[in-house]
Design a protein around this ligand. Structure first.
Ligand SMILES: [Zn+2]
Length: 223
């Protein structure tokens, strides 16, 4: 666990750092990793103080541990409006992903049980000092968390900061075979680049403290 901004810690939920991240913001756990990740959390010295488990989106590498964590640690479960049905019924995650062998493999490997959603997140909601913004494309309901005061953006999977096949560092769009609507995801990225974040935190990859690099990468994407 590493502090990355005021009141924000990045947690590893996978074998190696920065591959599949979760974030602790005040007492809110944003994301939960895969179904193999729960043992990463109870050891966490802040675990007792945690309340909700909030998701940028309901994909297997971020929802896999949610049911176990929310049940064992008695946490409410907060999910964006348009991913809430998939968070309760992971069969819908399967249906909404492109039909591709990598997508099917990744679902089999990571997906966890569904869990009843306690709160649906909408654009403009406040979560631990961050504002919820809609950023659909990588999933129907994908949201990001934005804190204007110090320009911190928890980006989820709108972009990754390494190539998810080769693990080579650098900004990348999420793989199209794991993204139901790549064009809409790109429109979301362009909207977020216009915020000119000082710090971008990714579901996959190391934090980026280079506004220009982020904005230029997004500008270089096709419209
Ligand atoms: Zn992901």
């Amino acid at each position: 666990m590493k502090q990355v901004a005021d009141g924000v810690w990045q947690l590893n939920t996978f074998a190696l750092p920065n591959l599949i991240n979760a974030f602790l913001v005040e007492d809110v756990l944003i994301d939960a990793g895969t179904r193999h990740s729960p043992n990463k959390f109870p050891r966490h010295r802040y675990a007792k103080g945690l309340t909700p488990n909030a998701h940028p989106h309901a994909h297997p590498d971020h929802q896999g541990a949610s049911h176990e964590l929310c049940t064992k640690l008695e946490r409410p479960f907060w999910v964006p409006e348009h991913d809430a049905d998939a968070a309760e019924n992971p069969e819908l995650i399967r249906e909404r992903q492109p039909s591709h062998p990598v997508a099917r493999f990744y679902i089999r490997l990571f997906v966890g049980p569904g869990h009843r959603v306690d709160r649906v997140l909408h654009e403009g909601d406040e979560v631990a000092g961050f504002k919820v913004l809609d950023a659909p494309g990588h999933s129907a309901g994908h949201v990001v968390f934005w804190r204007e005061s110090d320009r911190v953006l928890i980006l989820g999977d709108v972009l990754a900061n390494f190539d998810q096949l080769t693990l080579i560092p650098g900004l990348h769009e999420p793989k199209p075979y794991l993204t139901p609507d790549p064009a809409e995801n790109r429109r979301s990225a362009k909207r977020l680049a216009s915020l000119e974040p000082k710090l971008v935190l990714f579901g996959h990859g190391t934090p980026l403290r280079d506004t220009k690099k982020f904005v230029e990468f997004v500008d270089s994407l096709p419209a």
